[in-house]
Design a binder for this molecule. Sequence first.
Ligand code: NAD
Ligand code: DAU
Length: 345
Amino acid sequence: MADERTFTRVMVTGGAGFIGSNYVHLLLERHPDYEVVVVDKLTYAGNLANLADLDGDPRYRFVEADIADAEAIERAMVGCDAVVNFAADSHVDRSLHDPGGFIRTDVHGVFVLLEAARKHGVARFLQISTDEVYGHFPEGGESREGDRLRPRNPYSAAKAGGEMMVNAYVETYGLDCVITRGSNTFGPYQYPEKFIPLMITNAIEGRPLPIYGDGQQRRDWLYVRDHCTGVDLVLHRGVTGEAYNIGGGNEQVNLDVATLILDRLGKSPDLLQHVGDRPGHDRRYALDTSKAEALGWEPRHDFSIMLAETIDWYAANEGWWRTIKSGEFAEWYDRNYATRGAHIG
Ligand code: NAD
Ligand code: DAU
């Protein structure tokens, strides 16, 4: 078992987003003596409401900055001994429309953070990556950390590029870095462009649920708290230079997940609407998580229970997502779904 590290001030980039904000809460809960500096550009996906309960907590500071802005990052990193980089453009469909923006944040932004970490002598840098860097695994089998990376869309290629930069800083400058590769994550505060919150909120609104292609694609769903405990373990116990798969061990067919959501909300299956497929759509992801398990991690949350709780959370927090859906989201929805031939209602 690797030694347990401790830190005093952790920079969490992308901490106003879905997984980042859940992680900030877990970090302060598990390590009450730590300070956290959240750095976030507050893009369409960043939402300070996700961190509102921390206002006034002396352990928490928020800095609005772009991770690609070297000066701002160097200022914000003063006194930090660890960096956890969640900041990213994270939606595959958006990467099909604007690949350049993804390179800027998910590759160049990682470089800017690494360079600042090197200059500041940061003790540990954790890069949040994704199972998508392996590309898809259409039938049987699971991706292992030593497998070749074969990303197939601009988002996953950019995330793989970020990982390569991290590896370069380990080998060239001896920076202490670790990487996590998480699977599809769900839970409260997820921006409703992603599959599960989109299906839930559309169902509540009585709008069609757009299913790409045949809907038989499979994803390995991981509850957000389990993703965060995996990240925290790797931050504290991961071996320098290593990557760790963090997966739910819970493969589900997209169409089945959408049907479960409709059932729970008492809505008609007639709301399911097959639409044009995502170009380069990865058919299936699956992870071998034995390496993270050897560090002491395991996913503890049951999928159907947490899906039901997540549906209930969105039903109880309509204000949170209705505000989002009435803003920039509406323009995105028209742009993405009109081209798929969806009757977006
Ligand atoms: P998200 O889109 O909800 O949040 C991303 C956050 O990063 C937002 O707060 C946004 O404002 C911020 N951000 C974006 N560009 C920035 C920039 N240039 N500078 C500073 N901040 C910026 O994403 P998420 O789903 O919480 O994903 C977080 C991380 O986890 C990403 O790195 C993603 O690749 C990875 N990941 C996500 C999943 C998933 O299923 N959601 C699974 C595995 C890995
Ligand atoms: O696997 C980890 C990745 O999971 C993360 O790295 C990404 O940040 C995250 O966005 C997610 O990527 P996916 O492309 O798998 O997630 P998304 O929620 O966009 O889609 C999940 C599945 O549902 C996928 O097969 C596409 C399908 N889908 C999605 C949307 C938005 C639909 O059928 N209809 C939709 O409207």
